[in-house]
Design a protein around this ligand. Structure first.
Ligand code: 5GP
Length: 130
């Protein structure tokens, strides 16, 4: 049974896409800790981060860095943080999160956004991709 993230990669479930290459995919988290909260995932379906083969692990970090730089340029924030948890979706993902205060890192505070806002945020991050 494919994960919800594999269904997003395959276009079976909609998302606000940020970027994609042969091996990785980035899209906005639907329940964000902060405006611009993005998930970076390998297309390869693996549950736990430490079970990724080393090239995929390193590639995911490089891809997440690129996305993080675009977020930093697009979203005013104190800094961009990265977190890996995976207790909800069993498909490796790096949370790339604009941080204003510690509350954005806790996964307790959530932003409620309209579809139009998600679209505009995705456009603004995509515009800063190099
Ligand atoms: P974790 O597995 O690291 O605990 O968290 C999974 C993350 O995936 C959560 O932040 C949650 O909001 C996000 N998420 C779960 N389902 C979907 C979905 O269908 N679309 C999007 N864009 N994000 C999702």
């Amino acid at each position: 049974m494919p994960t919800i993230f594999t269904k997003i990669i395959n276009g079976e479930i909609p998302c606000y896409k940020i970027a994609e290459d042969d091996d990785f995919f980035a899209f906005l988290d639907i329940n964000p800790n902060a405006i611009g909260h993005t998930l970076c995932i390998p297309k390869k379906e693996v549950n736990k981060i430490l079970d990724l083969d080393e090239p995929t692990y390193m590639g995911l970090m490089a891809f997440s860095r690129k996305i993080g730089k675009a977020i930093e340029a697009a979203i005013p924030c104190e800094r961009v943080g990265m977190t890996i948890i995976g207790l909800e979706v069993p498909h490796v993902h790096v949370h790339v999160i604009p941080l204003h205060t510690m509350k954005n890192a806790t996964f307790q505070h959530k932003e409620k956004l309209e579809p139009k806002e998600f679209k505009e945020i995705a456009i603004s991050i995509r515009a800063k991709l190099k």
